[in-house]
Write a protein that binds this ligand. Structure first.
Ligand code: ATP
Ligand code: MG
Length: 352
């Protein structure tokens, strides 16, 4: 078939079939909308056109011999009927007895909470206590309060006249932390070293990008010390999941390996998949043990919404929270808006 015919055939297919075709062919295909998916598939088809076409035809034949109800594809025309109507026997989406959450209920409770006296959580206390005995990895969900652990650990180290280095992977985050730490400790006690900025480099608390620290540790290993590394008491590596980054991960790895043995390491992250392994590795290469502080309770619950380019916002799922393990639990309004988006963005002449 010609490329035009192939494209037309792809456009006619439901997006689920295109995702099946994209498996193993297009990286992260599940992130692409229908239009983009077709572009990527067409690009890929050039590599092995014959195999591509025969896979496509096989999927179409398979679909025809096991037809699914019309509601399985985003229902542009009658989304409400699809959501509330009697389910087709072959329709995989679970039957919904409860009505989907309304936008108002989904937004409820978002805002500034009423002020309360600050009481550290037990895991925060535990992290600080373990830091007295060795290195610590804190692996807790986002918004849990890892900064409190960093700030208190820095305060305690400085009280013992030790230098503290705090690193983040981004210059922007380093700048934000610099402002925050200046407010907490006073500008004279805080310095910053990034590719763009060098202020108060002799301060006891230094904020820098991890690359800058790695370079300083390299220089120190070669005898060139421009920082008081001999008094270094604590190194905080925020967002330490970057250890797994294919390109930059080596910087975190080398920073940990070259970190002076008298300094404690504090690794903070919301998203390390295997923190036990990292803790074991640290224990094996450092002179003190590494303790893992881990929990998965979300202090700030996640809510998922869908924002259409025309500004219409709707819950993404039928429930306020995220229904893990129920990928088909989409809110009918989100389904309708997304189908409309696909329809509107499809090149003219190819609209379904
Ligand atoms: N024990 C606590 N009780 C109440 N609020 C707290 C507590 N600890 C921290 N917080 C507040 O929680 C909010 C989020 O904290 P923080 O920015 O430290 O989160 P985080 O764990 O670093 O998240 P991220 O992974 O996004 O960087 C802050 O406003 C902080 O003041
Ligand atoms: Mg943080």
């Amino acid at each position: 078939m010609t490329t035009e015919e192939l494209e037309r055939l792809l456009v006619e297919q439901p997006v689920e079939l295109l995702h099946r075709l994209a498996r193993g062919r297009v990286h992260r295909h599940f992130r692409a909308g229908k239009r983009r998916l077709i572009e990527l598939l067409l690009r890929h088809s050039a590599e092995n056109r014959q195999g591509f076409e025969s896979d496509l035809l096989a999927l179409i034949a398979d679909r025809q011999s096991h037809p699914v109800g019309p509601a399985a594809r985003p229902a542009v025309e009658r989304p409400r009927a699809a959501a509330h109507g009697r389910p087709h026997p072959a329709h995989h989406e679970p039957e919904h007895h409860e009505s989907p959450v309304a936008l108002g209920a989904w937004l409820e409770g978002i805002g500034v909470p009423p002020p309360q006296p600050f009481v550290p959580d037990p895991w925060q206390e535990e992290a600080l206590a373990k830091l007295q005995q060795g290195d610590v990895i804190v692996s807790v969900p986002t918004g849990s309060g890892k900064t409190y652990v960093a700030v208190e650990a820095a305060r305690r180290a400085m009280e013992e006249n030790r230098t503290v280095i705090y690193t983040s992977p981004l210059k922007a985050l380093s700048n934000t932390k610099y402002t925050e730490f200046c407010r907490i400790f006073g500008a004279e006690r805080v310095g910053i070293l990034t590719g763009d900025r060098r202020d108060n480099a002799q301060a006891p608390l230094l904020i820098m990008t991890t690359e800058i620290l790695r370079n300083l540790l390299y220089d120190a290993a070669g005898g060139e010390i421009d920082l008081r590394l001999d008094t270094l008491g604590l190194v905080i590596l925020d967002e330490s999941q970057y250890l797994a980054d294919p390109e930059r991960g080596v910087v975190w790895e080398e920073t940990i390996i070259f970190c002076p043995s008298q300094a404690r390491l504090l690794l903070l992250s919301a998203s390390i998949g295997n923190p036990h392994d990292i803790a074991d590795w640290l224990t094996s290469i450092r002179i003190t043990p590494c303790y893992l502080i881990k929990h998965s309770k979300r202090t700030v619950p996640l809510r998922a919404g869908y924002l259409h380019p025309d500004g219409k916002l709707t819950p993404l799922f039928r429930t306020v929270g995220i229904p893990h393990g129920h990928p088909n639990y989409l809110h009918p309004e989100a389904r309708r808006l997304f189908a409309r988006y696909e329809d509107e963005t499809m090149p003219s002449g190819r609209r379904r």
